[in-house]
Design a protein around this ligand. Structure first.
Ligand SMILES: Cc1cc2nc3c(=O)[nH]c(=O)nc-3n(C[C@H](O)[C@H](O)[C@H](O)COP(=O)(O)O)c2cc1C
Ligand SMILES: CC(C)CC(=O)C(=O)O
Length: 364
């Protein structure tokens, strides 16, 4: 049966697949290598059981919370995903409008197809973070940080799991290219605006992998997080931590938050599902910094489970792209509302009301 009117996020995926070009679909959907981790991210949620409690007066459910001191409407937000204009002409602007209207936080990718300044023109107040890839030329990274601070972003999410790009086989086969009418809009320098335009892709590489190898600094280390803190007026969050050891180093480096992430299974295949890695990170940081999670969130009960295990909030990647492909801003709103409705219902049926700041809906 072909689904045309989605009732859950799973329904959206085939709809988006039909709409998107092969180049875009494969880039958005793929994981690295055999995509074991990509699949595990979702499966691991389905292995966790909720322990409901009854007769708890669930007539008022509150899902509001705060992240790094900013009030937000829900404990979920939008993860940074690059090049959103391949999904819809309005790309990141459509996502930002949807997030602002529902007061959902959004992280903008360094490799957005809308500049970090243009993104929020006329949209008004909303909680946004900027995702930073640290370029070999540190002046580029520093300039991005300054611009993000000047434009009102509330935090920097530094991606730490991508010294080189994971092997995404479909992108290699397709010889991925950013369509020529689009550009990485945060850069004025032509050499940084185009992906897959050069002659140097080989049979074993994609335009993306070449770009990352040329631009991103693989020598990045914990001492650079300390450096970043000296140049950033914004709180620094590291995105891509999966172990207790690294979580402790992150705390020592003075970060304000950690995103437990395996990059949606797109980097090192074979690592744990994020919800499985979450508990050791939570235990290691012992409440010293906020811990977030992304990867495999596809329904409200996944959000419930991550929060129950101690995440302050979660971020959602691919479903937003499916929503964008489906109906632009309205499609992203549909995804956000669906997650919100499902989360509220899950809390109601589990007997956890939530009380704003202090979470009441832990399921353990
Ligand atoms: C198409 C796509 C592009 C992405 N681009 C970025 C990026 O530019 N920066 C980054 O830190 N993470 C990027 N990610 C990873 C996401 O931020 C996030 O970790 C992941 O998508 C979460 O998994 P999910 O898609 O299962 O929700 C990207 C993921 C996808 C699917
Ligand atoms: C341009 C890409 C390397 C952005 C990214 O992080 C991803 O595709 O996973």
């Amino acid at each position: 049966m072909t689904i045309t009117v989605p009732v859950c996020i799973g329904d959206l995926e085939p709809i988006a697949r039909d709409i998107l070009s092969r180049n875009a679909w494969d880039y958005y959907a793929s994981g690295a290598d055999d995509m074991l981790t990509l699949r595990e991210n979702e499966r691991a949620f389905s292995r966790i059981r909720i322990r409901p409690q009854v007769l708890r007066d669930v007539s008022a459910i509150d899902i509001r919370t705060s992240i790094l001191g900013s009030r937000v409407a829900s404990p979920f937000g939008v993860a940074p995903t690059a090049m959103q204009r391949m999904a819809n002409v309005d790309g990141e602007e459509a996502t930002a409008r949807a997030c602002a209207s529902l007061r959902v936080p959004m992280i903008l990718s360094s490799w957005a197809t809308t500049s970090l300044e243009d993104m929020y023109q006329g949209i008004g107040e909303s909680v946004r973070w900027f995702q930073l890839y640290v370029y070999k030329d540190r002046r580029v990274a520093r300039r991005l940080v300054e611009r993000a601070a000047a434009a009102g972003y509330k935090a920097l999410a530094v991606t730490v799991d991508t010294p080189y790009l994971g092997r995404r086989r479909a992108d290699i086969r397709n010889k991925f290219k950013l369509p020529s009418h689009l550009r990485l809009a945060n850069f004025s320098d032509e050499s940084k605006q185009h992906v897959g335009a050069g002659p140097n892709e080989t049979q074993q590489d994609s335009g993306l992998a070449t770009y990352v190898a040329e631009q991103v600094d693989p020598s990045l280390s914990w001492k650079d997080i300390a450096w970043l803190k000296t140049v950033s007026p914004l709180p620094v969050v590291v995105k891509g931590v999966l172990t207790a050891e690294d979580a402790r180093l992150a705390v020592e480096a003075g970060v304000s938050g950690i995103v437990v992430s395996n990059h949606g299974g797109r980097q090192l295949d074979g690592v744990s599902a994020t919800v499985e890695a979450l508990s050791e990170v939570i235990a290691a940081v012992d409440g010293q910094v906020e811990v977030f999670l992304d990867g495999g969130i596809r329904r409200g009960s996944d959000i419930f489970k991550a929060i129950a295990l101690g995440a302050k909030a979660v971020f959602v990647g691919r479903p937003i792209l499916w929503g964008l492909a489906y109906k632009g801003e309205e499609g992203v709103k549909w995804v956000l509302r669906t997650l919100e409705d499902e989360l509220k219902l899950c809390m109601t049926l589990a007997g956890r009301c939530g009380d704003g700041e202090r979470r009441m809906y832990l399921s353990r």
